[in-house]
Design a protein around this ligand. Structure first.
Ligand SMILES: *Cc1c(COP(=O)(O)O)cnc(C)c1O
Length: 356
């Protein structure tokens, strides 16, 4: 064992890092494996401020997030992506003997952030219809010291929305004992379902948002948390002193301007149109025996040919993601929706694939 290994904290020694699409993939020309936007947009930068540290929370950016989400400015915390907010919640609210609760299959970073902080994870799997198992969550609340609950809606990787009724049930179960974080990374694809409007009513609600998906800004790392001002104040004690660089603040602010939002909405419409095409194509393929409903920019489907298909697509330069080892996701592959050209290439390849 190397010296570094010996000195590494025990919980980190055994940790398997998040297998991001970018870490695990190799080659390919069409990337449909990380739910990114196919659109890269241009921005204008003012470099006259780069010699100065950025504002802790850049004022223009906070105003833009608040206006977009229809909340007060003191109900917003800007950070380096929704991933940073996930870790901040764990570091801000969990004492060392306390736990987080997740409902797999769901986004992998909740468990990894907890594990890096040496916080245990209570798993209450979704039911077979992919809804939350409310009685089991209630039971878990009684049995464990749970401090943060992560609910992802629309859920990555399944694409399902969690119903407003179920989210309220979870908020009520943990009303006096835990923060309930609703991860809305994909909410732009089903915006009428946002729960951001509830932050004044539920003292334990935090809503996680990102610029990485619908806004096409995964490469600059920016996201934000919406919650009542007391939650935001607590998280502000833990976040780094200069979390948002000037270029990131400028780009995200422009993305949230009137023209930025109009562009996002027109690109969203194109993505939804392509999603429709992929859904129809999946319906017509004999070797696909189920596809899950999707309120997002990706589709999960099942095929007995998953290995062969996955390899065939890789051989044709198309990268998708294999989820078949996860609970409830036997035989499942996930496709992110790309541009019209990428969708065309994907559908042609899937039609050309000869099932065994
Ligand atoms: C992509 C994703 C994130 C991470 O967002 P960043 O802002 O890029 O860190 C968080 N949650 C879910 C569910 C995601 O799919």
């Amino acid at each position: 064992m190397s010296l570094a290994n010996q000195l590494t904290r025990k919980n980190i020694q055994g940790l398997v890092p998040y297998e991001s699409a970018r870490r695990t993939m190799s080659g390919g020309r069409i990337w449909l494996n990380a739910n990114e936007s196919p659109f890269a947009n241009a921005y204008e930068l003012d470099d006259s401020v780069y010699n100065r540290y950025p504002d802790f929370q850049p004022a223009d950016l906070i105003s833009s997030y608040a206006a977009y989400a229809n909340v007060e400015k003191n109900q917003v915390l800007a950070g380096r992506g929704a991933d940073e907010a996930i870790e901040l919640l764990v570091r801000t609210f969990c004492e060392k003997d306390e736990k987080i609760l997740i409902c797999p299959p769901t986004y992998g970073m909740y468990a990894i952030s907890a594990e890096t902080c040496n916080i245990d994870v209570v798993k209450v799997p979704l039911k077979s219809d992919f809804t939350l198992d409310i009685p089991a969550i209630e039971q878990a609340q009684k049995e464990h010291k749970i401090k943060v609950v992560f609910i992802c809606s629309p859920n990555n990787p399944t694409g399902h929305l969690v119903s407003a009724t179920q989210i309220k049930q979870v908020l009520n179960i943990f009303a006096s004992s835990a923060i309930v974080a609703v991860d809305e990374a994909y909410i732009e694809f089903a915006y009428e379902n946002t729960v951001a409007g509830w932050i004044n009513k539920y003292a334990n609600l935090a809503v996680l948002r990102t610029m990485s998906k619908a806004f096409g800004l995964a490469g600059i790392r920016c996201g934000y948390t919406l919650a009542n001002k007391d939650i935001i104040e607590s998280m502000s004690k833990v976040i780094a002193p200069y979390p948002i660089s000037w270029p990131v603040a400028q780009i995200a602010t422009q993305a949230l301007s009137e023209t930025g939002l109009a562009r996002m909405h027109s690109q969203l419409a194109i993505i939804l149109e392509q999603k429709n095409k992929v859904q129809q194509a999946l319906d017509s393929l004999d070797y696909v025996y189920e596809q899950l409903p999707s309120a997002s920019n990706f589709i999960m489907f099942r095929t007995k040919q998953k290995q062969g298909l996955f390899k065939y697509l890789v051989d044709n330069g198309i990268l998708i993601r294999d989820y078949s080892k996860q609970v409830l996701l036997d035989d499942s592959l996930r496709i992110s929706i790309g541009s019209a050209e990428e969708t065309q290439a994907l559908i042609e390849a899937m039609q050309a694939f000869k099932a065994e």
